[in-house]
Design a protein around this ligand. Structure first.
Ligand SMILES: [Zn+2]
Ligand SMILES: [Zn+2]
Length: 236
């Protein structure tokens, strides 16, 4: 089983297509009304919509789940979400109840977001996970782990190669932040650091965030060391 993947940019959200057999797996879908970007991408790359067997939603924020229902209708793929994000999903909107700013940029941006439509269509996930989820049944050398903090039910996909798709557990670059690090919105900053530690323990190497370019986990390790979540003489 050799896995490769492609990035599909839906505005500021990176979606990722894990190419595999018996089916391909899509991670996140961008904000609503943009399903055409994903479908055009598939067509331009000679990928049949029917080949998508699974849509993994890293969490239930509007800029990740917005096109999930439409893509599901066209591809027949199953939708997977962590159970702890079901309340967010059922709320039908991403607002100040669902996420809070974690720094000054977050505060500024959240005031701007309040003027845009962050509602989304309700949907029923086909697979609701409670802990880890092995992807080998989908031909993927990897698994999903629970990495809460940005939202209670945030999940990350870690491939055996060390490539990790982390949703909004970390962000990289403008306009959201300078360089790689903490998300500017979230649920609990301490839990975010615990989840970063979990990525380290699970041998993640290159991180692929939903916002910004990929980066090496060393950047997060340095912060964890500084904040006392990792110890200088540990193996990590
Ligand atoms: Zn988010
Ligand atoms: Zn996001």
């Amino acid at each position: 089983m050799e896995n490769n993947f492609i990035i599909i940019k839906v505005g500021v959200t990176n979606c990722y297509l894990l190419k595999s057999r018996p089916c391909n797996v899509l991670i996140d879908t961008g904000y609503k009304g943009k399903a055409k970007i994903i479908l055009d991408f598939l067509e331009n790359n000679g990928i049949s919509p029917n080949s998508i067997g699974l849509i993994i939603l890293t969490h239930a924020h509007y800029d990740h789940i917005g096109n999930a229902l439409e893509i599901k209708k066209i591809t027949g793929a199953k939708i997977l979400l962590h159970k702890d994000d079901m309340p967010l999903l059922n709320s039908g909107i991403t607002d100040s109840q669902s996420t809070k700013p974690l720094n000054i940029w977050g505060k500024i941006l959240l005031s701007k977001i309040s003027s845009i439509d962050t509602s989304f269509n309700s949907l029923k996930p086909d697979i609701i996970i409670e802990s880890e989820f092995d992807l080998s049944g989908y031909g993927i050398n990897g698994r999903i782990i629970h990495t809460p903090g940005h939202s209670k039910g945030s999940i990350s996909v870690i491939l055996e190669s060390g490539d990790a798709f982390v949703g909004d557990l970390a962000m990289n670059g403008m306009p959201l932040r300078m360089g790689a690090g903490e998300p500017i919105f979230g649920d609990d900053i301490k839990e975010i650091y615990q989840s970063w530690k979990k990525l380290v323990e699970n041998k993640a190497n290159t991180l692929y965030p939903s916002h910004g370019n990929p980066f090496n986990i060393k950047l997060l390790k340095r912060k964890l060391l500084k904040k006392g979540y990792l110890h200088p003489y540990s193996d990590y």
